[in-house]
Ligand binder design. Structure first.
Ligand code: ADP
Length: 284
């Protein structure tokens, strides 16, 4: 069996959030579209990671030649869904010099003084870069909604505003890959337990994670609303089951490869006379 045939349906097709999608019915331990096993997935991650790396270099090279386009990976998921691992094991395949990475935690005092998109706009990828958001503006319709941090009419207006914001971004040349990462309640418990059992993982444990866990149904409702209202033609959501890390990583690798390929890039031509430069070099 060739690697290509391990995907019976491409990730970009099978994971795309469709109208009417019901989050409650999502099997978070599933591997949609993929027929292989963990070992196949791990091997594929290396192979396809190399492909991703080549494509990112192509974008970076074009950026150096003035191309203003970029790719933005938005990772949104509950604690322990594997956002950090995604950055390390998927984005980690590409040259860090071409990556604009940003993570969004509780807003600072300064950020609180501004519109919620203010801090987001400051971190958008430059032309030629792969931007990575570990959490994003979607926190402003997730944690904010669950904890009533602003009144419902305020967070309620944000869905349309976010759609509009993303439309402008896409029109300006950013391809947005929005990945909604979902672990099951059981798997989250296991991962939190591991953080408590292993001293090298204490740093990842935050007592607040257990508090949020108790709000699971409210979060699921907020995530459902996010998918319903902000999966658009210009910036669709991809729903990724994350109980099996190896699966979520190969799936996101494929989503990124697809995004880069859609840019239809080729190597930028030399902005100097190659023959003259060869002669000059030979003489030097
Ligand atoms: P992580 O838990 O991903 O390692 P941090 O501890 O830095 O990262 O911060 C994440 C926390 O910040 C999460 O609990 C998240 O819900 C919260 N957060 C992010 N954005 C906002 C926001 N706009 N308003 C309130 N809380 C936010």
């Amino acid at each position: 069996m060739t690697d290509d045939s391990l995907w019976e349906t491409p990730a970009v097709t099978i994971l795309r959030s469709q109208p009417g999608f019901d989050l409650e019915g999502l099997d978070r331990n599933s591997t949609p579209g993929f027929t292989g096993k963990k070992a196949d997935g791990e091997r594929l991650l290396e192979e396809r990671g190399a492909v991703l790396s080549g494509l990112q270099e192509l974008l970076y090279a074009n950026g150096r030649s003035g191309d203003s386009r970029s790719v933005l990976l938005v990772l949104q998921g509950m604690d322990t869904s594997g956002k950090g691992g995604m950055v390390r094991h998927v984005v980690g395949h590409v040259d860090p010099q071409g990556v604009d990475h940003a993570s969004f935690g509780v807003p600072t005092d300064e950020e609180k003084q501004h519109h919620y998109l203010w801090r987001i706009k400051k971190q958008l990828p430059r032309g030629g870069y792969l931007g990575v958001f570990d959490r994003s503006h979607y926190e402003d319709v997730l944690v904010v909604r669950v904890h009533d941090l602003v009144p419902p009419n305020v967070w309620g207006a944000r869905y349309d505003e976010i759609n509009q914001f993303e439309k402008e971004l896409v029109d300006a040349g950013t391809t947005i890959v929005k990945v909604a990462m979902f672990v099951s309640l059981d798997e989250q418990k296991k991962r939190l337990q591991e953080r408590l059992d292993r001293p090298e993982k204490y740093w990842k444990y935050n007592p607040g994670d257990v508090t949020e866990r108790k709000l699971w149904p409210a979060y699921q409702e907020a995530y459902q609303a996010m998918l319903d209202k902000t999966s658009t033609e210009h910036a669709p959501w991809y729903v990724v089951p994350c109980d099996r890390k190896w699966y979520s990583r190969i799936a996101v690798t494929e989503l990124l490869i697809d995004a880069f390929e859609s840019l239809d890039l080729s190597w930028p031509p030399a902005d100097f006379d190659v023959e003259i430069e060869k002669a000059r070099l030979a003489e030097s």
